[in-house]
Design a protein around this ligand. Sequence first.
Ligand code: ATP
Ligand code: MG
Length: 330
Amino acid sequence: MEAWLALIRDKLEQPFIILYLREADTETLLKALRLGVQECFIKEIPAADFDKTINRILKTRKGLEAGEKTKIMAVLGVKGGIGVTFLALNLAQALVTLKQPTLLIDLDLSPAGLVSAIDMKPRYSILDIINNFDRLDPQYLKDILHGLPDGLQVLPGPDQLEDFELVQAYHVEKILQYLRVQQLFSWLVLDLGDSLNEITLKSLEQADLILVVITLTVPGLKAAKKVLEVLEMLHLDDKRLRLVANAYDKKSKVTPEEGEKYLSHKLVAALSFEPEAVWHSLNEGRPLVASQPKQRLASQIIALARSLQTGEEQENPRFSWLMSWLPRRR
Ligand SMILES: Nc1ncnc2c1ncn2[C@@H]1O[C@H](COP(=O)(O)OP(=O)(O)OP(=O)(O)O)[C@@H](O)[C@H]1O
Ligand SMILES: [Mg+2]
């Protein structure tokens, strides 16, 4: 059996193997599992169970349309606490709303991770992928991912502080490449937090879009300038780069135009400061764009996701489509 299964795995790409055995003991079953068998029928094959299995294969295998590519959107903050996680989560959810199968990956390996921003108790994390990379297949991957009720899939970071260092940049690179090849998602949205380390730099290298989150405050702009300088030094300030201001409010001392001038970069959006709506969504444990899609900030994020997805913001970088929502300064 071993040689035969090895041959199948070598000859076919990601085969879904169903094994039929007249009789089996635990040892044989464990061996089959280790060799990559996904389903096992023993003695008889009940029609209903067989149908279920076939449907499961079809569902697992249903990836993107032919020719469609998996794209990576990296979300990076210029400093802590400015809404990177909130934005990554809501942009990813907005893409789902726009019928784009999306996976949100938490690569901000710090204690205040994604899990605290949304109501979820994941059973698995990126460590389970790292530890089982050799036997990774689409079904196993789907079992590890955490599906949120509104359709977004999430890959959480490790939940123990001491496990953070087990995630290495080359793991992240391998996982992103694997996910691209599998073509299960239109978008991979990465929450990179606000630090430039080996993991986040590797992610930025792989990204199709780099969304840098800034705030329109004096310290925020100074931090943004430094980050943009580093990205420029690393040649990551190319046409993939997009700047977005978050939590902009009419009391802000700096206007979007002044921010653009200071940074010599256009903004693709200035998202408004909406503590009440955000507070409600946190309390509900759901992304704002799913719980209140008509709310102002939610609509801005959906519009931003749409423009990033279609690339139209490049033709119209002055975000006139968002200006209409902005609170006017008196
Ligand atoms: N536009 C907004 N209006 C009001 N509140 C916001 C807005 N964006 C984010 N917040 C809130 O600000 C707080 C910080 O946001 P978040 O945790 O997403 O920031 P972060 O940059 O990921 O922080 P960290 O450095 O801890 O990772 C959260 O309570 C979030 O809900
Ligand atoms: Mg965060």
